[in-house]
Design a protein around this ligand. Structure first.
Ligand code: SF4
Length: 197
């Protein structure tokens, strides 16, 4: 008799073994419920839960933001989870929403403006005011140089193909809305916000 086993058989066997082990545990009267609840409680023990809404897209899933008082007396976020009471999402979050904690608490987050001049090897730290002025200056310059009022055959265009607006996955609904208005007002037609789910 052949001893070979197909992948399908292997998975079926694995599932049956796990099921038998679970049945065995339950058979001994072990109740897994309290352990699960205790583990969940430990993670947010003593924390205050604030209902909120995921900012990433228009689905509007409900979240619970857990905070504790930090050493400086200020509230610190320790966890963000789906809100089971939300009629929209019933406690679930998509992968983007599930990673929302790191939007707030992230040691790798850049908090200073860094500028590297053309040809330079080193990054220079700029204050925000200077950086914003520079961005505005270059945006205006590029638009002035590339704005097309009418195409060659006389059709009204009022656009610039010299600017492309690329958003990131952490841009929220409100910012996407403002970004669209700003870019369309400038005549930009290439706009990508990456906020779809
Ligand atoms: S990004 Fe995901 S979790 Fe957030 S509102 Fe949209 S679907 Fe819900």
């Amino acid at each position: 008799m052949s001893t070979s086993i197909s992948r399908r058989d292997f998975l079926r066997l694995g599932g049956a073994t796990a099921g038998t082990a679970l049945a065995g545990l339950i058979g001994t009267g072990a109740d897994l419920g309290p352990a699960t609840v205790r583990a969940e409680e430990a993670r947010v023990k003593g924390a205050k839960a604030y209902p909120s809404i995921c900012p990433y897209c228009a689905v509007g899933c409900g979240t619970l933001v857990y905070t504790v008082k930090g050493p400086d007396g200020k509230n610190q976020i320790i966890d963000i989870e789906g809100d089971p009471a939300s009629p929209i999402s019933q406690g679930t979050l998509c992968p983007k929403g599930s990673a929302i904690f790191q939007l707030h608490v992230n040691p790798n987050r850049a908090t200073k403006v860094l500028h590297r001049a053309p040809g330079a090897k080193e990054w220079e730290q700029w204050d925000l005011e200077r950086a914003m002025n520079r961005v505005a200056e270059l945006t205006k310059k590029t638009r002035d140089e590339t704005f097309v009022e009418r195409t060659e055959d006389g059709k009204l265009a009022n656009h610039t193909l010299g600017i492309f607006s690329l958003g990131g996955a952490t841009m929220d609904n409100e910012w996407n809305h403002i970004q669209q208005k700003l870019m369309r007002g400038l005549g930009v037609v290439a706009i990508e916000n990456q906020a779809r789910i």
